[in-house]
Design a binder for this molecule. Structure first.
Ligand SMILES: NC(=O)c1ccc[n+]([C@@H]2O[C@H](COP(=O)([O-])OP(=O)(O)OC[C@H]3O[C@@H](n4cnc5c(N)ncnc54)[C@H](O)[C@@H]3O)[C@@H](O)[C@H]2O)c1
Length: 313
């Protein structure tokens, strides 16, 4: 049966893929997005079958909309997601990520919403002592952004106990794929794909051997779909389970295009972790989720999408 689902941040990179997947599965979807100037939200990302509201999740107008529309589930992706902005403006970061979430939770309770599915982040862990990272890894976030994501999970747990509102927190690794903003500070695959297609130099920090766990956006979106009926009261890591280095990303992209571009070397950036990857067995156990798109396939799809975007003007 169709579920009425509100996706905040649904014009953004991950949120728009979540919207597409929910609609393809036969659900009714409302998208709320402020199209924040520093975010990846674009009107053209919004599925035409969704109903779109340009609203800020921190405002009373947003809570009024939730109370009026009474969604059964809210997938909360709207956030201030820049680590850099969070360090420069921790008050703004807390306003959107904490007060925005509280606005979502309060309105959800009033509207009789059953569940909130939350976009959390591997940033809650900081630098782990041991690898792979799993749900029990100690949380020592190294940025205000990581702190607000960690704190958000505590609010979700509290709201469930105090108000009976269900939640699942999905802790994403480094998500990549079509529609990722290539002008953002993160998203090395999108940034490299754009620059390589434009035959511009790419910047590689440190020795380039630092690894992260890159997970394809459609795999990530599928975790939200599965969380509609599973994972109540759980925090779950959603990642590929594989470490991939920056050098490897450069090599794979240049092999796919068939030429190289100059590399600008730069020192280590503050907060860069030398190695990170996740154990995703809890996602398999609780949600029946595991990554389906290999890195080879995902990077090819991503490059093709950026090729299409640049030829479209
Ligand atoms: N991209 C990743 O690798 C990654 C990793 C971990 C977690 N996340 C989380 O996933 C979510 C989506 O991230 P993304 O990469 O798709 O970024 P994105 O910028 O493409 O999407 C975020 C969307 O939220 C909207 N937004 C921002 N502030 C808002 C506000 N106050 N009210 C309403 N809408 C607002 C933006 O306009 C944008 O469309 C975020 O919560 C982010 O913290 C992303």
């Amino acid at each position: 049966m169709a579920t009425k689902i509100m996706v905040t941040g649904g014009a953004g990179f991950i949120g728009s893929h979540v919207v597409d997947m929910l609609i393809n599965a036969g659900n009714q979807v409302l998208v709320v997005d402020s199209l924040w100037e520093h975010g990846g939200g674009r009107l053209e990302n919004v599925n035409p079958k969704a109903t779109f509201f340009q609203l800020d999740v921190t405002t009373p107008e947003f809570s009024e909309l939730v109370r009026a529309e009474r969604p059964q589930v809210i997938s909360h992706h709207a956030a201030q997601h820049s680590v850099k902005i969070s360090t420069e403006k921790p008050d703004y970061d807390a306003k959107v990520n904490i007060l925005g979430l509280i606005n979502v939770l309060r309105a959800a309770k009033d509207a009789g919403t059953r569940k909130v599915i939350f976009a959390s982040s591997g940033a809650i862990f900081g630098t782990p002592d041991d690898l792979p990272i799993n749900e029990q890894t100690p949380q020592r976030p190294e940025s205000p952004y990581g702190i607000t994501k960690m704190t958000s999970e505590h609010y979700l747990r509290y709201w469930r106990v105090a108000n009976g509102l269900q939640y699942t927190a999905l802790r994403y690794g480094n998500v990549y794929g079509p529609r990722q903003d290539p002008n953002g500070e993160a998203g090395v695959i999108a940034i490299f794909a754009k620059r390589i297609l434009e035959r511009e130099p790419v910047r590689i920090d440190w020795d380039g051997e630092q690894t992260k766990d890159y997970v394809f956006v459609q795999d990530v979106a599928r975790a939200t779909l599965l969380s509609l009926s599973k994972g109540d009261g759980e925090s779950i890591c959603i990642a590929s389970g594989e470490p991939i280095s920056v050098n490897q990303i450069y090599r794979q992209l240049t092999e796919l295009v068939g030429y190289e571009v100059p590399i600008q070397r730069a020192p280590r950036r503050a907060g860069d972790v030398h190695a990170a990857y996740f154990d995703v067995s809890k996602a398999a156990r609780v949600l029946g989720w595991s990554p389906e798109v290999s890195f080879d396939a995902g990077i090819r799809i991503t490059l093709d999408s950026f090729r299409g975007a640049s030829s479209a003007g």
